[in-house]
Design a protein around this ligand. Structure first.
Ligand code: F6P
Length: 351
């Protein structure tokens, strides 16, 4: 291949810029031209009036300057219309028109489905798993997960400092829509007493009882780490009624949140529990050495694979080493939640 492209798609993840840089370095090394597609599949659909708003020639020197920064220089987007076949055909034709012979796609499972669609339209793609959620089963780590979990761990450390000073429990929400890995790793790394994730059913009553036991046993500053998507696995409970009966402002149709959960736990346990939502800081931290290492290996391998005419593959980590496998196999791999670790974190808190 003489001309290839790179795009980032889905939620941004620390390390994406480092991966773009690795792709740019490897492309230059192999004498290939590299173009950047802006805003993921949006750019491939050429939605903008001006070509330069969708496609740019990637200049290695520019990328070198931002490789250590979080975010993505190419911008990113979620592009629901890319699920439609006519749009996939249109994007593949656009890429062919520009002489693009292969694409490196950096993103999560949705981005991989887009890459598979492009492959079916005759554009070979290589995927690099870029998402803080770590929700791609075929790889031990996704790009950005290490940085995000370090960020959350540091947030919990800071929260525990004030929590200890006031002898108050704290509940901390981290990201992870359908995947509790970030919560689990944060909890394990920071010594949190309770961890709540979407993968394991839980109830407010049970968490409240466990928190009350912590307080009764002389630990009034326990930390609960909860994944943002954990509401999906919560047992039905009339928490609005509990709040309203105790004079806490809330409506019958209010939607559960970490803030409300803290209020309910406060009513039930009488502990002065406080909530914090880590939010987007997790996505914007400077990438760790691990994420930059992975970005470098994955970016250079992706270009090598395209140079050898390989497509329809994704890169991941297995036994600590970078490897690749077909996109279909990667997407079909079932996630295995680390239940023993979950039980250890939650069990330890009861001793
Ligand atoms: O997929 C990564 C992620 O950060 C999830 O943890 C989170 O639920 C989601 O993205 C938020 O997406 P957005 O920024 O598009 O609302």
């Amino acid at each position: 291949m003489r001309r290839i492209a790179v795009l980032t798609s889905g939620g941004d993840a620390p390390g994406m810029n480092a991966a773009i840089m690795a792709v740019a370095m490897a492309a230059r090394h192999r004498g290939m031209e590299l173009v950047g597609i802006k805003r993921g599949y949006d750019g491939a659909l050429r939605k903008s009036a001006r070509l330069e708003d969708d496609i740019i020639n990637l200049d290695l020197d520019t990328i070198l300057d931002i490789a250590d920064q979080a975010g993505t220089f190419l911008r990113t987007a979620r592009c629901p219309e890319f699920k439609d076949l006519p749009n996939q055909v249109r994007a593949a034709n656009n890429l062919r028109e520009m002489g693009i012979e292969g694409v490196v796609v950096i993103g999560g499972d949705g981005s991989y489905m887009g890459a598979r669609a492009l492959c079916r339209q005759g554009i070979p793609c290589i995927g690099i798993p870029g998402t803080i959620d770590n929700d791609l089963a075929y790889t031990e780590m996704t790009l950005g997960y290490d940085t995000a979990s370090n960020s959350c761990m540091e947030d919990v450390r800071a929260i525990r400092a004030t929590s200890r000073s006031h002898d108050r429990p704290h509940i901390v929400e981290v990201m992870g829509r359908h995947c509790g890995d970030l919560a689990l790793r944060t909890a394990a790394a920071s010594g949190a007493e309770i961890c709540i994730v979407p993968e394991v059913p839980w109830s407010i009553q049970e968490v409240s009882d466990r928190l009350a036991r912590q307080v009764d046993n002389g630990n009034p500053r326990a930390t609960i780490v909860i994944a943002e998507g954990a509401w999906d696995s919560m047992a039905p409970y009339d928490w609005q009624k509990v709040l309203m009966e105790n004079g806490v402002r809330c409506h019958a149709d209010s939607v559960i949140s970490t803030d409300y959960l803290a209020k309910v736990l406060k009513v039930k346990t009488k502990a002065e529990i406080r909530p914090t939502v880590c939010g987007y800081t997790q996505r914007g931290r400077t990438p760790t050495a691990y994420d930059r290492w992975f970005a470098f290996e994955a970016g250079t391998l992706a270009v090598k694979m395209l140079a050898h005419g390989l497509g329809n593959q994704v890169i991941g980590i297995k036994d600590g080493r970078v490897y690749y496998l077909p996109i279909d196999e990667a997407l079909a791999t079932k996630r295995e939640f680390n239940l023993p670790l979950y039980e250890m974190i939650n069990g330890i808190s009861d001793h």
